[in-house]
Design a protein around this ligand. Structure first.
Ligand SMILES: [Zn+2]
Length: 324
C-alpha cells in the first residue's frame, strides 16, 4: 500500500508537469500563485496579498456519510484502513488538526467561504484567529465564526450580489447553489443567525447555510471560484474570468450538461483548475488516483472538446504553482 501511495505521487507529478509547462512563475511579479489544500480549499496570492478559499486542512476521518440525506443514501464514506487516526462520527465535536495547519499556512489577509459545511468552514475559526485574516461569508458562516469568538470588525456578512473593492483586489459575491448530493435529494434551507449556535460545534452542526461563488479580480487576473458542483447560470452570464476553479466532483453528473454549460457561460476561460475532486477523508500523501481517473480525466476530455483553447492544470496537494 505504501508503494501504491508513492507510485500515485509519481504519477501525479508527471501529469502535473505535463499540464503546467508554463506554470512555474513564482518569481514573476505579474503571476498569481496557487496552492491547493484539497477539497475546495485554496491559497491564492499576488505580490503582498494572500487570500484563502474554504481552507480545510484537517481532512478528518469521518466514518459516516457527512450529510444524512435518506435512509439509503448512495454516497459511502471512503476512509482508508491504513489511516490510523481517530475515526469521527457526525455528532462528534469538530477538532482542527493544528499541526497540519501551522505547518502549511503562515499568512492570510482574507478568507472567502463558499458555504458553511464542515469541509469548507470548520478550520476557518482556528485559521482566522491564527492569521488575523478578515472573513467574507454568509450570515450562517459569520454567525458560526462569532460563536468561536472572531471579532466583528474582521467579519463581512454577504448574501450574493455585493461587489466590494479592497486595497489590492475586488470581489464580486455571486449567489450560488449547493451540489445535488444524494442523487438530487439533498436540500437544506436551514440558516443560523447570530446567537443561534454555541462553539465548539459538532461536525453535523456545520450546516450549508446557503451557497456562494466568488469572482476575485486581482491586478493580473480574474479568478472565478466554486465550492460546489452547481451554479446558477444566469448569475454567471457576462463574466469572463481568466481562471476558473471548476468543481468537478461526481455529483456534477446529476446536472444537465454541467461541463458544457459551465464552460460556455464563463466564456471558455483561458485556464481551468479542477477543484473539490479529492477524497478529503484521507490525510495528505494518500493515494488520490480514483479522483484523477473518475473525475478529472473525463473532465479534461470534455474541456478538449468544448473549450479546446483552455489549459487545464491538475493541482497537487500543497504544491504551489504560478499562473501568468
Ligand atoms: Zn457542502
Amino acid at each position: 500500500m505504501i508503494k501504491k501511495v508513492i507510485l500515485s505521487q509519481v504519477f501525479l507529478t508527471f501529469i502535473f508537469s505535463l499540464f503546467t509547462k508554463q506554470a512555474s512563475a513564482q518569481n514573476n511579479d505579474n503571476a498569481l500563485t496557487f496552492k491547493y489544500f484539497g477539497c475546495a480549499g485554496w491559497e491564492i496570492s499576488e505580490n503582498n496579498i494572500t487570500i484563502l478559499i474554504d481552507p480545510y486542512l484537517t481532512r478528518l476521518k469521518l466514518g459516516e456519510t457527512s450529510i444524512k440525506i435518506s435512509a439509503n443514501s448512495s454516497s459511502e464514506p471512503s476512509t482508508s484502513s491504513i489511516d490510523d487516526r481517530k475515526t469521527y462520527k457526525r455528532t462528534d465535536i469538530f477538532e482542527s488538526d493544528t499541526v497540519v495547519i501551522n505547518k502549511n499556512i503562515n499568512k492570510a489577509d482574507f478568507i472567502l467561504v463558499h458555504h458553511s459545511h464542515y469541509d469548507h468552514l470548520a478550520d476557518v475559526p482556528y485559521i482566522a484567529k491564527m492569521t488575523g485574516a478578515k472573513v467574507i461569508g454568509t450570515e450562517t458562516t459569520i454567525s458560526i465564526l462569532k460563536a468561536y469568538g472572531i471579532e466583528d470588525d474582521k467579519l463581512y456578512t454577504v448574501r450574493g450580489g455585493e461587489d466590494y473593492q479592497f486595497d489590492n483586489f475586488s470581489v464580486r459575491i455571486i449567489p450560488g447553489i449547493h451540489s445535488a448530493l444524494g442523487d438530487k435529494h439533498y436540500f437544506s434551507s436551514e440558516v443560523y443567525k447570530e446567537g443561534d449556535i454555541k462553539a465548539p460545534l459538532q461536525i453535523n452542526q456545520f450546516i450549508e447555510g446557503r451557497s456562494l461563488m466568488f469572482l476575485i479580480r486581482f491586478k493580473s487576473n480574474e479568478v472565478l471560484t466554486m465550492g460546489s458542483m452547481n451554479f446558477i447560470e444566469r448569475e454567471l452570464e457576462g463574466l469572463k474570468p481568466d481562471i476558473l476553479l471548476a468543481g468537478v466532483n461526481m455529483s456534477r453528473f446529476n446536472m444537465y450538461k454541467y461541463d458544457e454549460r459551465l464552460l460556455s457561460v464563463t466564456n471558455f476561460p483561458r485556464i481551468i483548475i479542477p477543484t473539490h475532486w479529492d477524497n478529503f477523508r484521507l490525510p495528505y500523501g494518500f493515494d488520490q488516483s480514483n479522483g484523477i481517473d473518475q473525475k478529472i480525466k473525463p473532465f479534461i476530455e470534455k474541456v478538449k472538446d468544448v473549450s479546446p483553447n483552455s489549459r487545464v492544470i491538475i493541482p497537487i496537494h500543497l504544491k504551489a504553482f504560478g499562473v501568468n
